[in-house]
Design a protein around this ligand. Structure first.
Ligand SMILES: NC(=O)c1ccc[n+]([C@@H]2O[C@H](COP(=O)([O-])OP(=O)(O)OC[C@H]3O[C@@H](n4cnc5c(N)ncnc54)[C@H](OP(=O)(O)O)[C@@H]3O)[C@@H](O)[C@H]2O)c1
Length: 220
């Protein structure tokens, strides 16, 4: 059994990952701003008050973890706000940077001293943050913030490699959640199963790489 922290485990893809990891016997700690009925019904530890936008959330997280080592940290928390060229909303773009790019880095900073040889840090990004994959434009803040997350993940991969920590950037697929207005190609269960399979399969030799939950390697 390993100890797993899922940040953003109260709903959507994060909740599905918490359920599946817990069902297979991992010791799961779910961090979130506020728990949900579904999360509270599970037999997992919940750390509330973890807003990834600020110092206070990071403090709550590191206090909640205490001196326990972590085998896996998954950062799922993210937001999507549609910002088009016709209506460039800089506050909405800034907000997406705070949550999607700086948030996961803040989480990494708060828990990195609890990660050691063999531990993994999985950052849920999006292929919308891939420069190579951007064939349709738009979505300014979201695409930019996930591209920045990808870069943060790549730097973390280099910086944590000497400690034996694997850092992975993962795209969950197009998933029916609140974020997508319940549009999408797959359900959260399928996405979570694919993400967990990637995390299981990939190791230090893959650190800093970007993968689709379906097993396809993605270009940055
Ligand atoms: N769904 C897709 O098709 C898709 C595709 C590509 C990538 N992704 C990525 O997958 C991840 C999960 O998305 P989802 O589809 O499951 O979305 P979702 O159902 O909207 O869930 C978003 C999660 O992020 C949390 N969150 C948002 N802002 C936060 C903050 N400031 N601090 C802490 N937690 C915060 C939410 O918690 P609250 O309840 O507190 O808001 C919730 O747990 C995101 O990073 C998203 O960008 C999703």
């Amino acid at each position: 059994m390993s100890r797993v922290l899922v940040v953003g485990g109260n709903r959507g893809i994060g909740l599905a990952m918490v359920k599946q990891l817990s069902a297979r016997g991992e010791e799961v700690i779910a961090a979130c701003r506020r728990s949900s009925k579904e999360l509270s019904a599970l037999d997992v530890e919940v750390i509330e008050g973890v807003d990834v936008r600020g110092e206070q959330g990071a403090r709550k997280l590191s206090e909640g973890i205490g001196d326990r080592d972590l085998d896996l940290v998954v950062v799922v928390a993210g937001i999507l706000k549609n910002v088009s060229l016709e209506a460039l909303d800089y506050d909405a773009m800034r907000e997406q940077f705070e949550v999607n790019a700086l948030g996961p880095l803040r989480v990494a900073e708060a828990v990195m001293h609890r990660l050691g040889v063999g531990s993994k840090l999985a950052l849920i990004s999006s292929r919308m943050g891939s420069l190579e994959d951007n064939t349709s434009g738009g979505h300014y803040g979201y695409r930019m913030s996930k591209a920045a997350l990808n870069m943060a993940g790549r730097s973390l991969a280099h910086d944590l490699e000497r400690r034996g920590v694997t850092v992975l950037l993962l795209h969950p697929g197009f998933v029916r959640t609140e974020m997508t207005g319940h549009q999408g190609l797959i359900e959260t269960d399928e996405s979570a199963a694919g993400l967990i399979a990637r995390i299981d399969a990939l190791g230090l030799e893959d650190t800093g790489t970007f993968w689709h939950a379906n097993g396809e390697r993605l270009a940055f």
